[in-house]
Design a protein around this ligand. Structure first.
Ligand code: PLP
Length: 439
């Protein structure tokens, strides 16, 4: 009898005992092709020799030193390497243990920035419906996922949500993408004006929406307009690249493809690639300097900040991504993968949309392709797909549709960047078999 408080209180999951490249292996020796990197985490697969070696070497040298006393070489190197590749004016790195901590820290840093800057009235956060920024209370309050928020609603600070940029569902039939992007971005301005611009602190968004929508990128121009609005009203743009960052979309950071840079950015998942739990918050020099000249201290902190082992693993991951051309591979394999998915599932009667960037691809499932009517969420189509796929030796990341018809069920495909042509073929065959069994 398992003593772990598992995600589900009624079902004990299978036990993973080994990893082999793009596969995980359970206690019975069955192999699962990792079609989703867990939750878009395992960008290098499960047995990367270079990362393992770097971790061994770090462990022999130094496992841990509390950041209240010391910094460490791997943490310093990681910060420098991230900044060397970061967009815009991002210039400082705060190393944490995962995505929720990164986003929680981002919110607190934004607040402290405005206090230290002499604008303490700024505290309101605007984000988008259909977003996920983590499960800690601040990050949860910021996200728009109703199901996750509901039980904790009385404990969440007040946040304000505008429409996501979700072309498949919300662009009007005769509207150009450009017009649509401006129209939804302008909702931000309307919300700022409604709340009072001097009270608004930050706008938070995922450049490519992951778990709550299934790899939905914004249309061209949307984020440029968002950046303009933030600048016009002196509001910080916080981008959540926890899932879509670290090469997942075919560039190291997804926002590069939108031609914008944030004031604060959260990353995690692919940063440690599953070899270590690590996340990071990056911010501009202007923000860091304001805090230096103000309180002189970021009033936040965790025991495992800048963990040397985690930083060493992340340095090795970053090396593999950049030096070994794996970000480019994510782009190239992603294009092949998406077009193969289009060929195989593009005309499927229950597939509404296939979208995404790089090796970050979503398939939206609908009951009616013409009307885009989702399945009744009570049918739990996403859960059946996940279950059948596992039986077929394939991991896919499921997302449920919403009752109010905002989205259909979807599956997220985010395989390791090392995936081969043959493995893409295997993935598509196993997914085809899964669809045949479920529908
Ligand atoms: N932000 C986004 C976009 C995510 O997808 C996630 C996790 O799925 C998080 C934040 C939270 O990250 P973590 O689960 O590492 O706390």
């Amino acid at each position: 009898m398992s003593k772990i408080f598992h995600r589900s209180s009624t079902q004990i999951p299978l036990q993973a005992v080994a990893g082999d490249g793009a596969y995980l292996i359970d206690q019975n020796g069955k192999r699962y092709l990792d079609g989703c990197g867990g939750a878009a985490v395992s960008c290098l697969g499960h047995s990367d020799e270079f990362v393992k070696q770097a971790m061994h070497e770090q462990l022999d040298q130094l496992a841990y030193a509390h950041t209240g006393f010391f910094t460490s070489e791997p943490a310093e190197t990681l910060a420098s390497n991230l900044i060397a590749h970061a967009p815009g004016d991002l210039d400082r790195v705060y190393l944490v243990s995962g995505g929720s901590e990164a986003m929680e820290s981002a919110l607190k840093l934004a607040r402290q920035y405005f206090i230290d800057k002499g604008e303490p009235h700024r505290h309101k956060v605007i984000a988008r419906h259909q977003s996920y920024h983590g499960n800690t209370l601040g990050a949860l309050a910021t996200g728009g996922n109703k199901w996750r928020r509901a039980p904790y609603a009385p404990m969440l600070f007040e946040t304000f949500h505008i429409s996501p940029c979700y072309e498949y569902r919300h662009r009007a039939p005769n509207e150009s993408s450009e017009h649509y992007g401006k129209r939804v971005a302008n909702e931000l301005e309307a919300e700022i004006l409604k709340l009072g611009p001097e009270s608004v602190m930050a706008f938070v968004a995922e450049p490519v929406v992951g778990a709550t929508a299934g790899a939905v990128p914004a249309v061209e121009g949307y984020f440029k307009r968002i950046r303009e609005i933030c600048d016009q009203y002196g509001i910080l743009l916080i981008l959540d690249e926890v899932m879509c960052g670290m090469g997942r979309t075919g560039t190291l950071f997804a926002c590069e493809q939108d031609g914008v840079a944030p004031d604060i950015m959260g990353i995690a998942k692919g940063l440690g690639a599953g070899y270590q739990p690590i996340g990071a918050m990056l911010c501009t020099r202007e923000i860091a300097n304001t805090i230096r000249d103000g309180a002189g201290y970021f009033k936040n902190g965790h025991t495992y900040l800048g963990h040397p082992m985690a930083a060493a693993a992340a340095n090795a991951v970053l090396h593999r991504l950049k030096q070994d051309g794996l970000v480019d591979r994510s782009k190239q394999m992603g294009e092949k993968f998406k077009s193969a998915l289009q060929d195989r599932f593009g005309d499927h009667p229950f597939v509404g949309d296939i979208r995404g960037r790089g090796l970050f691809i979503g398939i939206e499932i609908v009951e009616d392709r013409e009307t885009k009517e989702p399945f009744d969420p009570a049918h739990k189509v996403h859960a059946h797909l996940k279950q059948k796929a596992m039986e077929n030796g394939l991991m896919i990341y499921p997302g449920n549709g919403t009752k109010d018809g905002i989205s259909g069920d979807h599956i997220l495909l985010a395989p390791p960047f090392i995936i081969t042509d043959d493995q893409i073929g295997e993935l598509i065959d196993k997914l085809g078999q899964t669809f045949d069994e479920v529908f």
